[in-house]
Design a protein around this ligand. Structure first.
Ligand code: KG4
Length: 339
């Protein structure tokens, strides 16, 4: 008998539901929230309210597209954390309610593990480029920047992580001071294509081990703008492309320096990237260059699975189902990182 799993993701500002038949993805529906754009960042209370209006139609649509009736489901996987508490509460409560009413088990999934395991998502008739265990994964999103050693589906070791801002957060905050819309990462990526990555030099952190730091870069970027705008009020407008290209180049150098160090320390040359920032075109190019220069086998997820989605929660849920790892109904969500 095949296993049918409904997965729910609501950790930040995307409401998503996916349906799996065994390891094969049948549907993956995402409702993004536009309400935050005018605020320059995600407003937690508005996110939570939007999840409440979106969750039912999104789940209905995912079941409809999959051609699966809710009575056919064998389990419900949901994002337990990390994320915004008010957002997580909506997905968690919905998953719990549905599991009780259908009398099927619940599976709690770590959002970050989901991002990493997005590499294993396959639709029927589709073959993903799947990394073999163990592999290293650079996990870069709006809330996290980590180097993770992935030994198996359920055995992950964080080798290093940011001690302050995440890479995506650095992009978003620097974009905001340039007056660019939220989220800034994709806009910087686009403008950087027309700019010179060596036009400006920003500060790079000197941190031991495999940890990251992006707050110094953010401050250095801010001070450059402040000093230059004093001399020329139109400085940002005139040099926007160069600023974006130089900032992006510095973020990527910081990320890749530590990743090379981790590859050297572990001897693991299967290297993956995951999370929203993995959509960045220059980061993808840097991975391709490293594959060529250092003989890495690289794994880059499909664009559609880089940002928050329920398919990545479902694939982890399926493997937890096979291992019999179910969750208690009274398990609370968590906002901070735990792998
Ligand atoms: O993984 P994600 O969708 O949400 C979190 O779990 O955080 O990542 C969102 C982050 C945002 O900071 C956004 O600016 C960044 O990913 N991002 C990008 C690009 N696309 C999304 N950053 C740089 N270049 C991009 N093309």
């Amino acid at each position: 008998m095949s296993v049918k799993i409904l997965a729910i993701e609501s950790s930040c500002d995307d409401t998503s539901a996916a349906v799996f038949n065994d390891s094969k993805l049948l549907s993956n529906v995402i409702a993004s929230q536009k309400v935050h754009e005018s605020y320059g960042g995600v407003v937690p209370e508005l996110a939570s309210r939007a999840h409440q209006s979106n969750i039912l139609p999104v789940v209905h649509e995912a079941l409809k597209q999959a051609g699966v009736r809710k009575e056919e489901l064998n389990a419900i996987a949901y994002t337990r954390g990390p994320g915004l508490m008010g957002s997580l509460m909506v997905g968690t409560s919905f998953a719990k309610g549905l599991s009780i009413s259908l009398g099927i088990p619940l599976i709690d999934v770590n959002h970050l593990q989901g991002h990493i395991m997005a590499h294993f998502i396959e639709r029927e008739g589709e073959e993903a480029h799947i990394p073999p265990f163990p592999f290293l994964c650079l996990l870069v999103s709006g809330g996290n920047s980590q180097i993770v050693k992935v030994k198996s589906f359920n055995d992950l070791e964080i080798m290093g992580q940011t001690i302050d801002d995440a890479a995506g957060e650095a992009f978003d905050k620097c974009a905001k001071v340039m007056g660019l819309p939220y989220p800034g990462g994709p806009v910087i990526d686009r403008l950087a294509k027309e700019g010179n990555p060596k036009a400006f030099t920003f500060c790079k952190p000197q941190i031991q081990g495999f940890d990251y730091s992006f707050s110094g870069l953010k401050t250095s970027f801010l001070y450059t703008l402040r000093d230059e705008v004093k001399k020329d009020a139109d400085f940002i407008e005139k040099r926007k492309n160069d600023l974006c290209a130089s900032l992006q180049n510095t973020v990527i150098e910081i990320l890749m320096d530590k990743l090379r160090k981790a590859v050297k320390a572990t001897g693991i040359k299967h290297v993956a990237v995951a999370g929203g920032v993995s959509a960045n075109s220059a980061l993808r190019n840097a991975f391709a260059e490293h594959a060529e220069k250092y003989g890495w086998d690289i794994y880059i997820p499909k664009f559609s699975y880089t940002t928050d989605n329920a398919a990545m929660i479902g694939i982890v849920g399926y493997h937890k189902f096979l291992d019999g790892e179910f969750s208690d109904i009274d398990l609370p969500p968590y906002s901070r990182v735990i792998i």
